[in-house]
Structure formats: C-alpha cells, structure tokens
Ligand binder design. Structure first.
Ligand SMILES: *[C@@H]1O[C@H](CO)[C@@H](O)[C@H](O)[C@H]1NC(C)=O
Ligand SMILES: *[C@@H]1O[C@H](CO)[C@@H](O)[C@H](O)[C@H]1NC(C)=O
Ligand SMILES: *[C@@H]1O[C@H](CO)[C@@H](O)[C@H](O)[C@H]1NC(C)=O
Ligand SMILES: *[C@@H]1O[C@H](CO)[C@@H](O)[C@H](O)[C@H]1NC(C)=O
Ligand SMILES: *[C@@H]1O[C@H](CO)[C@@H](O)[C@H](O)[C@H]1NC(C)=O
Ligand SMILES: *[C@@H]1O[C@H](CO)[C@@H](O)[C@H](O)[C@H]1NC(C)=O
Length: 817
C-alpha cells in the first residue's frame, strides 16, 4: 500500500537513491492564487485560518500524521505532501544527496552528542545546529528520504526530531550517547544553541530555515527492560509498570515538582523560552499517572501557556497507541486518540510493522478521528487547534510562498558536506575528547602521552572499528547504493597515517566476547613488539547500549578486562581509549592504565581526532559533562527511581559518594593557572545589578592548549531555607572555553547576578535568595573561590520561574504532582 502511493506520487523509484527525486514541495502557485491563504501579503494567522476553513473533516487527519503514507497532501487545494518526521541528532539522518557533479554527497556527520557536551563550547553547538539546518534544506529540496535501511523512505520534511535534551540520569540508560550531559544548565545551553543555529537561517530573517523537535518530553530516561511493580496489563493500568515489565512504554515515573522543575524540564524550558524552539516530541512514558502525549498539563498548560511555545507537538512513534495498549490509561484506542488530541499532540507518528516502516494503516489518527468528531466525542475545534499549530510552521517555513523569492531555496546541492561543514565537524570532535589520566614516568621525566616515538600496537575490540565509532541515529555515511561504513577511518588506520610504525591485533573475538587464547596470544605478541600499546576498549550501540535497551551492568565486558590485564602485564605504557555512551565503571583501568582517553562515540572524524591527540598534534581536550561512578553504582542506585536528591544522590549536583572521576574533570598536555582579578568577595543586589568577575587563565606549560573555565555556586549554610535544594552540592551556572598559547594569559569575564544563583523550592518555584554564596571558578583541576553576598530581604526570595501546579492553572487537567 505504502509503496503504491509513492510511485503514484512520482518518486522515481524506491531503490535508486542517487537519482533526483522530485515532487511538489510548495503550496499555492499556478491557478491557486485566488485563495486568500495563498496571499503572501496577509499575516500568517489569517492565511492559516483561511486554509483550515477550506478543509473537509476527512482531510484534516491527513495533515496530522508523520512518516506518512498517504503522503499528507490535499491536492484539491494544492497542499503538497509533507513528512513531519526527520531525525538530525548529530547530522541529517537522510540518504546522501547528489552534488552538481552527479556524485553522492552524504550529510555531514558530527560526533555523538555525549562528545559534543564535553566540548563545553556553545559556539560549536550553534554551528552544528546551523549546518544541520542548511544541509536539511538542500537535502529536502533534492527529495532525499530518511535513512532507514533496508526499507527506504519518504522524503524528509524540514523539522528535525532533535535535539535530545533528556538528562543523563543514570549510566545504564541506553540512550546516553544521544544527549550531552547530566547537568540541566549545560543541557539548556546546548538546547538553546542547537535550536537557534538550526531554526534561524542567516539568509532569510523573515522565515524559518528549519525546525527542531525537542525530545523526549519528558523524563524518558529509561529504555528497559526492568522488573517492576504493576498490576495486570489491562485497563485500568495500575502500578508503576502494568504487566510488571518496566520499559519506556510502560513506566509511570513518580517525579516531584522539585525534580521536574530543576532537572527534568529545565532544558526544555530554556530551549523554548530562550531558544524559541518550535517543536517538541512527547515521550512514551507516563509521569505521575499521565502518559506524556495525553498530558494536558504538560503539553498545554506548561509548554504553551507558561512557556509561550508557538510550535507543534509530535508523539514519539507509537506513543499514542501506548496510551491504551501499554499504559492502559483509557479503555479503548479511540479514547487514546481523544486524549492525545485534546492534550495537544498535534501530530501522530504511528508504530510500524517491521519491514513496512511507512505503512500507516495503523495510524490511529487517520483511522478514528473522523468518526470521533462525527459522534461528538472529539471537538473539531481541537482538531483545528492542532492544524493551526502545524500549518503555521509550514507557512513560516515559506512553503506556501513563491519559492523563486526565497534564499533558502537557493542552497546548492554542493552545500551538503561542504569543506566548511566538514571542517566544523572535525573542529568540534577535537574539542570533546577527555584526557582522564596521563601518568608521568619519573625515570623518563615525561608523561605517557603524547606518544613521541617508537612502534605503536593498536589492540582491542575497537582497534579497527568503523561504524562502532559513530553512535546512533545515522544518516547515510558512505556513498553508494548499499549501506556501508567502508569510508570511515579506524583508529588503527588513523594512527598509521600519522605515525610510521603501527601494528594491530583485536585481542578479542568481539566487544563482549570471551577471551580466545589464540587471539590473546597474538595480541600479546603484537604488543610485545611495540613500544607503546593503545588499547581501544568500550561499548557499542548494536549489542550493549541502544534505544530500547538499557545496560544492566556498568562495567566493561569481562573479556575486555582480561585483555587489559594481559596488556598491563607487559610493562609497556598502555593508553586506554574508551568508546562508549553510558559511563563505564573501571576502577582497575583507572589504577593500572598509564593513560586514559574518554572518546565517547567520537563520530566520522573520531579516529583521526584521537590519533592527532595521542601523538600531540593537537591539545584541545574537553571536560567530563557527566560523573563517572565506580562499580558500586548498580548496588546503590535504583533504576526505577527518578528522585535526584535521594541518597546517595544522582549526578554531581547531589552525589555524596566518591566518583571515579567527577563532573568537569579533564587533563591537558599543558598546565593552567586560574586567578581572580579584583576582590575575592563581591556584593550584588537582588534588584538585578550585574557584576562582572574577571578570571585570568594562564597557560603555565610549554604547549598551546584549550581550557574550560566553569562557574559553580553553592549557597552558604543559612542562605536557603530547609528543603531539597539544601542537598545541592554545587550547581554550574556559567562556562567558557578558551585557547591559550604557552606563557600567555587570557582574561575571561563572567557575569554574576542574583539570578545566577537560582535554586528551586520543594514546590517547584525557581527562586533566588538573598544571602551568602561561594562561587567556584574551576578548570576541573584548579578551583578559585569567590565570596558573593546577595543583598535583599532574608528568606523572601525573588521568584524567577513560578511553578504552576496543575490545579492552579487549568480546571480540566487534574494531576496531583
Ligand atoms: C495525494 O497525492 C496522490 C498522488 O498524486 C493522489 O493520488 C492523492 O489523491 C492525493 N491525496 C489527497 C488527499 O489529495
Ligand atoms: C569553539 O567552537 C568554535 C566553533 O564553533 C571554534 O571556532 C572555537 O575555536 C572553539 N573554541 C575553542 C576555545 O576551542
Ligand atoms: C508514586 O507516588 C504515589 C503517590 O505519592 C505513591 O503512592 C507510590 O507508591 C509511588 N510509587 C513509587 C514506585 O514510588
Ligand atoms: C539566488 O541565487 C542567485 C544566484 O546567486 C541570485 O541571483 C538570487 O538573487 C538568489 N535568490 C534569492 C531569493 O536569494
Ligand atoms: C589513511 O590510511 C588508509 C589506509 O590505511 C588510507 O586508505 C587513507 O586514505 C589514509 N587517510 C589519510 C587521511 O591519509
Ligand atoms: C547550619 O546552620 C544551622 C543553624 O543555623 C546549624 O544547626 C547547622 O549545624 C549548620 N550546618 C552546618 C553544616 O554547618
């Protein structure tokens, strides 16, 4: 069925990916100009209202589904097809484009977001967002489909289902690689910058370049499967996970107003309020009894009314059906549809049977909406609201204006993977590798890294990895008809390209494989013949951590630890390069390795960036945007608990234990000193006078390097009243990244206001108290303190972000939070 519609729609063929595919992309034009909605001079809201008035009931749901077949066109009114589903987590997730020379040009692929978080560089995040927006425009114009092998797909729309700004709540979560941090402030900055870069084009200030879709709103920080409390899998779903199996589809998490406001919703709020994000994806899970896509309080009261959101909401794929079939929140699928539309889920992406990704025969919106409206169970007004949200964006993208007058339509096919875009991806990759250990050999009077001479043996299951370096959510990576990763450089090749004498051996049959004596012996022999061992260990996204699948252990697979022991026994310097999303507990590696590089999923340019860093060609390390806990983690933390401050406390903000490496940590080949310029204690007033604090960063070593200066605050005892916020150990409120030449110093100005010290009341209000604070400026290695006194009435906080509990804002939603 799906295939049929496509061919009729004029797509050349489903198999030819390099051939240009053309289909109508713009509404209006030829013979349709008399419709008021086609009049570019009218305000968008008038045009949208006019168009909605002309739609028949049966036509409306066609405009409310994603990844669609039928294609969402209303040809009688000249409305072209539009796919609301495209992913762009770290690059446009499409098939390759075709350049002006007829050659494939595959979308630029950045490192996975966990590496991007480690760059602590807002400009790098904006730049990635911008490049994705530009490439999406060009690939959309070329009619390229989403990359979803083996079945190939409808042409992209101009909305990205990204960024993922859920917090890294727990190392076991299977999607940690998709999101940059455990810290809501860092995540907020990432969300704001990616949003602005992607949505606001340079060439046309009046129109949107593209649209983000922040996900997953909210608290989708567990994939599954975990045994959990719950009643039978039937209506009414009771317990935390009906059916007793907790997955992202069944879990109903308890989250306090305090944690929602200060941790789980904070980045979404910033990306909407400050970044102007125009899309949000509601998540599979339920919060405090309400599945996200049926949660009117979340999607309407909070998002639209409080935050002023002006965009569209899509359900995650299959989330509308989950309201009935997984949460058993309502007695029928029809009721799930009513609840979703009423809550504000404007677009439905249905689950698809495997092998038929685009058949939406089971799209519940298409199936049930017309009859529900005719039977008086769903108001047509609610449908029109949903259409208003989506159509407004299509107009703001310029899709009902003359394409000839639009600069974004002018983007060349050669802009995809342009040399400038590739350079930006390489640049960002270099900034996010984190040097965790670099032992100094006292006899040789030098550190393990950089490797300056001698033979290097690249050992381990990731020594020759290609696709495994890339993370998840990938567009087509290498040119050609078939999915291939042959064009990705491996670490072995990258080192071999830069250093004369490099050998390799896998040491293990696979990432999780048990030691095979023959492979181990070969690795030992290879390493013995070398002066330096680079041991590439870690996880993967195909068998260990992935969407839909959490890790149940946070350690390295046992075979890798055996290989590690065999390598360290050889008495040669061993540098461990770790490839992973979720953090790995590795006490013995910390103790016995000579050097450790946290490489995350470093992406298409990852191997080269690692090789240059290991050899000292670059010195641009990042800092940990997450806490690395030790092996006790799994005993101490309940995967099903979303309480942040409950002992021993999640993330650096609350954790009372001793981490293996703390948030913000990261070394360099040079050393830096930090100095406060000016007084070591300042006053600011609650009325808003901002102070600028200057911090001098000096490169006291002998090589050039990048450094990150982070600003944290902690209230002094007595400043904030009793409540969960007193459990905060410190909170990041500012950071800057800077490059410093050896012997040189750079002054960084940090703005400090009373509002910098926002904390949250147990009731969820974001507030700032008068009183005394310690501010720490930190490189992760050196801290300098600053004492700050905020003048103002004691215990009468300035309310910066009032929290509206459900009952206070809307009579129709009645969640108790
Ligand atoms: C959408 O376009 C296809 C192909 O041109 C056409 O067959 C179909 O009737 C259109 N759908 C609507 C609702 O106009
Ligand atoms: C931050 O990223 C930008 C790219 O957007 C880059 O030009 C700049 O050099 C980076 N800053 C540092 C200190 O690395
Ligand atoms: C969730 O909160 C409700 C209401 O406070 C409580 O009854 C229930 O036990 C909690 N569930 C879990 C798993 O903490
Ligand atoms: C598109 O590019 C052409 C050639 O550079 C230029 O002449 C034209 O003004 C551009 N159109 C728009 C709308 O920017
Ligand atoms: C690196 O080496 C591989 C072979 O090991 C070669 O195919 C590739 O072109 C080289 N890349 C660079 C950037 O030199
Ligand atoms: C904080 O102050 C209260 C009373 O002002 C005192 O009882 C308590 O011991 C203090 N706590 C610390 C950690 O100093």
């Amino acid at each position: 069925m799906a295939l049929l519609v496509w061919i009729v729609a004029g797509l050349s063929t489903v198999h030819t990916t390099s051939a240009e595919t053309r289909y109508p992309r713009y509404g209006c034009g030829k013979g349709l100009d008399s419709f008021p909605f086609c009049d570019s001079k009218l305000p968008v809201n008038k045009r949208v209202d006019d168009l909605i008035k002309r739609l028949k009931l049966e036509e409306k749901p066609l405009l409310m589904v994603a990844r669609l077949a039928p294609l969402g066109n209303i040809s009688r009114l000249g409305i072209p097809q539009y796919d609301w589903g495209a992913n762009c987590i770290h690059g446009v997730q499409s098939r390759c484009g075709t350049g002006s020379d007829g050659q494939d040009r595959c979308p630029t692929s950045f490192a996975a977001p966990n590496l991007l978080g480690a760059t602590f560089n807002e400009s790098a995040w904006w730049t990635m967002g911008h490049i994705i927006g530009v490439e999406l425009r060009s690939l959309w114009k070329q009619g390229k489909g989403e990359n979803h092998p083996p079945t190939q797909l409808p042409p992209l729309g101009l909305d990205c289902w990204s960024p993922n700004i859920n917090i890294v709540r727990d190392p076991r979560w299977g999607r940690n690689m998709e999101t940059p941090s455990e810290d809501p402030f860092l995540l907020s900055r990432f969300g704001v910058q990616v949003t602005k870069g992607l949505q606001e084009g340079k060439e046309d200030k009046g129109r949107l370049q593209a649209i983000v879709t922040l996900k997953h709103f909210a608290a989708n920080e567990l994939e599954g499967t975990w045994d959990g409390p719950g009643g039978p899998a039937q209506f009414p779903g009771t317990g935390m996970c009906p059916g007793k199996k907790c997955t992202r589809h069944t879990i109903n998490v308890n989250i306090s107003s305090y944690d929602l406001a200060s941790s789980y919703l904070a980045s979404f709020r910033s990306a909407v309020v400050e970044g102007g994000a125009l899309g949000v994806m509601c998540s599979y899970n339920a919060i405090n009894g309400y599945p996200s896509c049926a949660n009117k309080w979340l999607l309407n009261d909070k998002l639209r009314k409080e935050w002023g959101f002006k965009g569209y909401v899509t359900g995650d794929s299959g989330a509308v059906a989950d309201i009935y079939k997984k949460h058993w929140f309502v007695p029928s699928m029809e009721d799930a549809v009513v609840k979703s539309v009423e809550a504000g889920t404007d677009v439905q992406s249905s689950g698809w049977p495997s092998g038929h990704p685009w058949a939406t025969t089971n799209a519940e919106y298409l199936k049930y909406i017309p009859a529900l409206v005719r039977d008086g169970k769903l108001s047509e007004q609610d449908l029109d609201d949903a259409l208003r949200h989506t159509l407004t964006l299509r107009f703001r993208l310029g899709l009902f204006d003359d394409p000839g007058s639009q600069p974004f339509e002018n983007f060349s096919e050669d802009i995809v993977r342009s040399s400038e875009h590739l350079a930006a991806a390489i640049d960002a990759t270099e900034q996010g590798l984190v040097l965790l250990k670099n032992l100094k050999n006292e006899k040789a009077m030098k550190a393990t890294l950089p490797i300056s001479q001698g033979r290097i043996a690249v050992i381990g299951p990731h020594a020759t990895s290609r696709s495994e370096l890339l993370g998840n959510y990938l567009g087509q990576i290498c040119p050609g008809e078939k999915q291939s990763f042959a064009c990705v450089e491996s670490l072995y090749e990258a080192l071999g390209n830069l250093s004369k004498d490099v050998t390799t051996a896998p040491g293990l049959p696979s990432i999780s494989g048990e030691v095979d004596p023959k492979l181990l012996a070969e690795a030992v022999a290879t390493a013995k013949n070398a002066d330096h061992v680079v041991l590439a260990l870690g996880l993967d996204t195909s068998t260990i951590e992935q969407e839909g699948r959490d890790r149940h252990t946070v350690t390295l697979p046992p075979g890798q630890l055996e290989l590690f022991d065999a390598m360290t026994a050889l008495k040669r310097p061993v540098t461990v390069v770790l490839v992973n999303g979720g953090m790995v507990a590795m006490s013995s590696v910390k103790e016995k390795a000579d050097a450790i590089v946290e490489a995350w999923y470093p992406g298409f340019f990852g191997a080269g960036a690692i090789a240059r860093a290991l050899l000292g060609h670059t010195n641009r390390w990042g800092k940990l945007p997450v806490t690395i806990y030790d092996e006790k983690f799994t005993d101490e933390f309940d995967m099903l608990s979303f309480d942040m401050s409950k002992a021993p406390g999640r993330t650096y903000r609350y954790f009372t234990g001793q981490p293996l490496w703390p948030f913000g940590f990261g070394l360099s080949y040079t050393t830096f000193s930090l100095k406060l310029l000016g007084s070591s204690s300042i006053k600011v007033s609650q009325q808003g006078e901002a102070a600028t604090v200057n911090v001098l960063v000096q490169n006291t070593g002998t090589v050039a390097g990048d450094e990150v200066v982070m600003g944290y605050f902690l209230p002094k005892n007595g400043t904030i009243p009793a409540g969960r916020a007193t459990l905060l150990r410190k909170q990041l409120f500012a950071f800057q990244r800077v490059a410093v030449q050896p012997g040189m110093a750079v002054t960084l100005g940090f703005t400090v206001t009373a509002a910098s010290f926002q904390v949250f009341t147990d009731g969820g209000d974001g507030v700032s108290y008068a009183g005394k604070y310690t501010v720490l400026f930190s490189t992760g290695n050196v801290d300098v303190p600053l004492q700050v006194e905020v003048d103002g009435p004691q215990h009468q906080p300035a309310v910066l972000q009032p929290w509206h509990a459900p009952s206070r804002i809307s009579g129709t939603s009645s969640i108790v939070v």
